[in-house]
Design a protein around this ligand. Sequence first.
Ligand SMILES: [Zn+2]
Length: 271
Amino acid sequence: MRGGPWPATSTLVNVPTPRMYRTQAIVLSRFELGEADRVLTLLTPQDGKIKVIAKGVRKPTSRIGGSVEPFAELQLQLVRGRTFDVITQATVSQAWLNLRDRLESAATAWYIGELAERAVEERAGAYPVYALLKRAYQLLDDGMAPSRLARWFEFGLADALGMRPEVDRCVECDRVLELDDDFRWVPALGGVLCPRHPGPPAEQTRLSLGALKLLKAYRRLDIEAIAALRVAPEIELETEGALRRFVRHMLERDARSLAFLDEVRAAPWSS
Ligand SMILES: [Zn+2]
């Protein structure tokens, strides 16, 4: 008989999920569990964000203990569990050891890792964000200026989420922005507003022409070209503030690691 509620095809056949699987992963955060275990939040290309257990990892005899650290790309073998999957094997594919040597690079690595963690869903493919974070860690490890790298990452993340800020046309009337415009930055509207539209002053800030040009550079240029730009420090700071407000709007709150990053940068021994 046709027309029943069930499809008459093989879609109902229960295909067993393999119990064991392998994946590339970057550790985003972790917390201690019990005497010797650790729960890790991982970023993976195909499963997005996953929480897994590394059992016995804090014992000195652990075979995987030294491998499952942040700021490294890992090759993992896992077994599916009821609540958390369990790591059974771990090897380091990329160690990025240099970025840990400089405090500002390490603080920036935490910051962009946290942005990735907030931006990605659990158990949903995250190829663009994974590739972006991997490249960012590689660039930090190669000695790229952390502040330029962080802005480039913020732009890339907005892109990956389909929320790239508009910096060429007015977000309200679509008019191409002229060089003599009185620009305003309105993250809630997605970018730059031209002077034709009055708006609530709390939600908008003035944007200088220099900062607009730098935002356009972040949008158009690759990181190597961006790193070579000569920019006045006040323009750099203004752009940083504008993008932070944009990210706060995009992810609906400030990153926890920002306070630490700012502290590191303000310290007198930081350079
Ligand atoms: Zn307009």
